[in-house]
Structure formats: C-alpha cells, structure tokens
Design a protein around this ligand. Sequence first.
Ligand SMILES: [Zn+2]
Length: 682
Amino acid sequence: MVMFRTTALAALVAGAIALSTAAVDQRTSAPGNTQEIDTSIKPGDDFYHYANGGWQKTAAIPAGQSSFDNRAILVARTSQRVREVIQEAAAARPATGSVAQKVGDYYASFVDQRGIEAKGMAPLDEEMSAIAAIRDKGTLSAYLGATLNTEVDGLTGNADHIFGAWVNQSFTDSAHYVFHLLQGGLGMPDRDDYLDQSAKMAALRGQYQAHIAAMLKLAGVADSEGKAARVLALEIRIAQAHAPDSDAADVFKQNNPWKRAEFATKAPGMDWGAYFKAAGAAEEAEFVVWQPSAVTGTAALVGSEEIEVWKDYLRFHLMEHYASVLPKAVAAEHFAFYGAILAGAQQMPERSEDAIGATNAALGQAVGKLYTERYFPPEAKARAQAMVADLIAAYRARIPKLTWMSAETKEKALAKLAALRVDVGYPDQWIDYSTLAIVRGDAFGNMRRAEAFNRAYSLAKLKRPADPDEWRIDPQILGAVILFSPNTETFSAGILQPPYFDPEGDTASNYGSAGAGMAHEISHSFDELGNIYDAQGRLGKWWSEEDATRYHAAAAKLVAQFSGYCPFSDLCVNGERVLTENIADLTGLVIAHDAYVLSLKGKEDVVIHGLSGEQRFFLAFAQRWRRVQREDAARRQMKTDTHSPGEYRSDTVRNVDAWYKPFDVKPEDKLYLKPEERAGIW
Ligand SMILES: [Zn+2]
C-alpha cells in the first residue's frame, strides 16, 4: 500500500494511473480548436468561458464522479493504452527473458485466480516459518530488517513495514547517495486514526481490529480475537512514537544525520547490528533519520513488547502485504476494510484492473518501455526537449531583469537554473530487468522476486556516486516529479499528450498549454518553496531578507485580485492561501510566452482556423483549466486546495500585456486591468 504525501522536499505533481475502465468520452482535439470556443462571449469579459464554452456544452460529468476535465480524459485514454500494451504482451507469449515476456507473464499470473486458489496459503509457508522461528530481540530485529521497505521516497509514505529506506542524495552533500530512514509500520493510513479519541475514530479502530482478527483467522492463528486486540494496541504505541503529518511540511525536521554507531545509544531496544545486516546495509555508516521519535519509539517497543505480540503483528502484516496474490478469501477481507470501509468503494475492482496496477508497480519501467515504444517515439521526446530548452532560455533572459531580486541573488538564481535538470518522456537508460525471473503461473513468487529485485536495485545505489540520470517517474504515469533535492524535474510521457502537448501539433498551443505547465513547475525551484534549496539541492536559503520583502510587496496585487473572485455569493477565493500557486501560474504563463516567441526565431507564425499564433497560445492556456464540476465538489475544493478554481487560473492572462491585443481587449471589458494594476513578479 502506498500513500502519496506532499512534503517540503518537492512540489508534488505526481499522479497515479487510475485504472477505471468506465466509459469516458475520450474526445480531445488540438488546443485552440475553434469548436471549443464560445464566440457569443467577449474574450475580454470572460476569457475562460470564451475559450471553453463550446466544450462545456457537450462535456458531461460521468455518473458517480464529481467532475470531468482534461485530466479525466487523459487518465481514461492512458489507462486504456497501458491495459492494451500489457494484455497484448500476455497474449503474444514473447521470447523468454524479454521485457514483454516479463510484463505479460506477470499480468497473466496475477489474473489466474484458479491457479492462485489451487495453491492456497502454501506460498506463505516459508515466511510464516521464519516468523515462528523468532525467539528473541536479535531474531526479531533481523526479521524486521529483512522486511525493510525500499520502495518509498520523499513523496510516498511507508505503510506496512516498520521502516522504509529511500536512497537519495543527502541534504548537505549532493555528490553521494545516503540511506534516508523513514517511519512506518501502521496498517491504517494516518497516525491520527490511532490517536484521535473521537467516537468516529474509535469505531474505525474497532473495525480495524475486527479486520486484523479476520486476517489472523484466515492464516490459521488460534485465538485470533484476543491476538488482534494486542496487535492493535501495539500499533497504537507505534503511532504514538510517529511524527505528526504536519512535520512532513518542514524538511528541516527531517534532516537528522545519524551515524551507524549512534543507533544503539539513540534508539536502544532494537538489535541494530542484526537489523542492518538483514536489511542488506551492514556496511552503511551514515543515515538521515526523518522521524527520530519513531525510530527511538519503535526500537524501544522491540525491546519491551512481548515477542509473541510482535509475531502476530508480523503474521497479520504478511497476510496484508500479499493479500492480492493469495486466495480470494484473503483478497476479499483486504477489500472489506481498505476498499469498502476506508475508501468507500461499493464493489471489488475487476481482477484485471488490480493486475494492471500490480504489473505497473512491479515492472514500472518495463511497462513504460513498451508504452513509449508505441505512444511516445524519439521524435516526440526531441520536440518536448526543444520546448524545455526555450523555457530555460526564457528564464535565463528574465532573471537579470527581475525588480525584486538583488544582484547577488540573481547570480545564485542563474547558477541554480544552469544546474537544473529537466527530463521529459522516458529515460535514456532503462532499468535492466534481465536478472529478474518472471514465471507464468507463479503470482506470489513473481511479486516476491520483483520486490527483491527493486530492493537490490535501490540499495546498490549506495555504492555509487549520485547519478544525475536517475529517472524519477514511470513514463506511463500521468504526472511529473519535481525534486528540489536533487535539483531535477521529470515530466512523464503520460502527461505529454494532447490536449496538453501534441508532438505533431501546433507550437503555439503546445507552449501555451504544456509549456506554461512546465514553466509553472520550474518556477517553484526559484520561489519560496525552492528558496531553501541551493543549485545542487542542498539545504540552505539563498534569497536575502530584502528579496523576500520586495517579493511579497509585488505579490500583493495578486492576493487582492484573487480575493475578489467569488463564484458563489457566500464564498470567495482566499487570495492568501492560493498565492504561491497563482504566482507560479503567472510566472509559467509569461515564461512560456517568451519561449513561444523565441521558438519563432523572428518569423511570423501561421494562421490556423482563422486564429493567429498569439491567439492560439492564450486559448490553449485557458483550455488547460476547462472542467465541469458539481457545486459541492467545487465548494469543497475552494476550502482546501492551494490552487484557485480553473476559471480564475485561466484569467491569469489579464496580467500579461501580450494578451490584450490579440483579443482586442478594451478598458470597458470586465477583465481589463490598467497597466499599473497588472501583477508582475517575473
Ligand atoms: Zn505549483
């Protein structure tokens, strides 16, 4: 189970592939398409509805959903393509050892429920014996080390393993990888699920305890009820030691370097020698401990809690971890708690949907390779790279002209820009899966071997210098990963498709849509989020106090402008809360526009469907935000999201001088701003 969290380490844009096969209108057209426009509306009065009115007339919110937008279209299309790629590999029976064979056989084994049923609980025998053999603190520590979760990172929380490891550069040394140790070990998603004393949470804990009992019973454990109560009590104690979620927003709280020798005194209870040896990290000398209280508290529990309670805890989590490749009764009990109770799902997803999710999780880059071979060829990558080069050139030209940055800070910003690495589409160097055996008919063994492979892959990095080529997101995922440490941004092939980016389409539209989105993300490396990381991604502020004061003064116009937007008579935008993202939107737009102009190399752009390049650029920007949404969802979003509603994000254009002429915007128009009223930070 993974949980995505936003941390101060990164501006999170990562998305997962939704696996719904629900029929969704997959109609997309080139950005700037005239049919999407509503020409009865004056662009200067209401640019969002002018740009999107035609589309909105036909867009429908699918049953059971609260909204419909570009993202929903892309998720449906990409999920379908990923499904086809995987299922075709399963049907084709490619040569043993090939990437397609591994993908196809992983999927085929996972959907083979009859085969899984026939094996019963036998696949767990070896692991259950290992748990049964735990007899003291040393053997318990070794077992916990063997279950270290290496599939976490700065964004993905660690759930059902006591600790997680993320191999990444340290916060003070960008040249070397270090072992980041993260808290874990809770079956419910939040620490508060265990500690909140409300009746609602107490009831949830009761349901969780019943679920633990049901799983232990399925594992053949006697007195499962009594044991479940003790397992829950242990998890509550682990939760008490965990750092609160709010700490995740403060990277300085996570930067706790520990030497290997310090663990015994700082966190007594665990046999750390046995733990790290079993984890495959016996030689590591340096660690970064993200939540010291969790390491200290959990280690103390290893020393103080009864060994038998720990063993039941481990039996339960073992069942939970492999529920998807065990007989149906186990998977159904897993769904009864995580699907029905926690997520509110009505029915278990189709087996094939789970199988596609599992194949993606186990063989991310293998699926990504098959996906991009078909849907994101080298020419598409080259075109996206050319756009990135124009965006970087636009930043390089703008930074020296900024009015709020001091000369010294500008130098640092330019150095950080020069060091920034932006990757698009797919990696140049794919993960080599040749040592991973995937065997048709062995769903459990495949999952175990893939986990072991991914773990060895992660830990092997500790023996190498930090690799700037490391790829951070699977290409078929619809999203991007912005990591401040190291200073990298990665945009997947999944997000680089129409209507955001058309590799064969119109440049003006691509720059107004995907270009503005990428420039938005790049801006976070230089704004208040990125201010605490230097060019190499090491912790350290680089703005001066005066820079910050002038920056906030320049941003005041944007706060007032957005606070004036009231989509409901009783609810207005909170201009302060959405400020950081509004600045990024505005920055992204002006940089993308500069980049578009650069791309023309002094030539005049062509006219398409009667629209000039300038018109298509701004229309594509506004069409990025198109959405139909139910009112309750819109209200909820306004109260929690740090982004403004799409309509107002689209109206960012009114701050940009270049928008006025192509749409003939006049002082009497509603969106018109006098030049001195227009916000300008970049
Ligand atoms: Zn942002």
